[in-house]
Unconditional design. Structure first.
Length: 127
């Protein structure tokens, strides 16, 4: 897998985003972190990440609102939903806006890496 890939992690819980950032960084990925939806939107516009891990439950602009706003100007970037538990109602709300998968916060970071790499392979093949 090509390693000059930019990964944006969006989560208000640093005890989740910091280990993920360290793990992905140790595997050669360039990691950008945002702690809220507003900052995530700015970073997507400025840094053009190759993939986004987006928490659904955040104060202020939640993951659903962030994804809707993001899709107004970037319909292509793959988005992985991150959540401690996945409320099927919320998944139904984000599916029409294009998600590439779900990563559960309780899962091993190796699974997160698998989701990241699988999504990138699939996405690059589509282009």
């Amino acid at each position: 897998m090509e390693k000059n890939i930019k990964v944006l992690l969006v989560d208000d819980e640093t005890d989740i985003s910091q280990p993920m950032a360290f793990w992905f960084g140790s595997k050669g990925y360039y990691v950008i972190v945002a702690t809220n939806g507003e900052d995530a939107i700015k970073l997507v516009e400025e840094k053009k990440p190759d993939i986004i891990f987006l928490d659904l439950n955040m104060p202020g602009m939640d993951g659903i609102q962030t994804l809707k706003k993001l899709r107004e100007f970037d319909k292509e970037v793959p988005v992985i939903i991150v959540s401690a538990y996945v409320d099927q109602d919320k998944i139904k709300q984000v599916e029409p806006h294009g998600i590439s998968g779900v990563f559960y916060k309780g899962d091993d970071l190796e699974k997160g890496l698998f989701v990241l790499e699988t999504t990138l392979r699939r996405h690059k093949r589509l282009k």
